[in-house]
Design a protein around this ligand. Structure first.
Ligand SMILES: [Zn+2]
Length: 111
């Protein structure tokens, strides 16, 4: 690993920590990008498929997963029947994840 890579990874970690203050973010000794929630999942989050801990191969994948988890967190906190999987697809191509973005039932039927 070169010095430049280490510096870049430190900056990427800092960016993730700043963007997702509700999570602890770190690199595992094997190289995986890890994140774990600082708070326990509530019932709505459990039902939405939220994870207490994430493990991804790359920074980009972890960022995308954190974004989906955070979106589902916000929507379920507002009382919508969202899910992490639906939020992930919403971020990828804009399809509806729940009532906030247009109704998940309609989105599923169009698949
Ligand atoms: Zn949603």
């Amino acid at each position: 690993m070169t010095y430049t890579q280490t510096e870049r990874e430190a900056a990427e970690l800092a960016g993730l920590r700043e963007g997702y203050p509700g999570w602890n973010v770190w690199r595992a000794s094997g190289g995986a990008w890890m994140a774990s929630r600082r708070a326990e999942l509530d019932l709505r989050q459990v039902r939405a498929g939220c994870s207490p801990t994430l493990m991804e191969d790359t920074c980009r994948r972890l960022w995308r997963q954190l974004e989906a988890e955070s979106l589902a967190d916000r929507h379920t906190a507002d009382g919508y029947l969202c899910s992490v999987d639906a939020a992930w697809w919403h971020l990828l191509d804009g399809r509806a994840c729940c009532g906030v973005t247009g109704g998940a039932v309609g989105a599923v039927e169009r698949l």
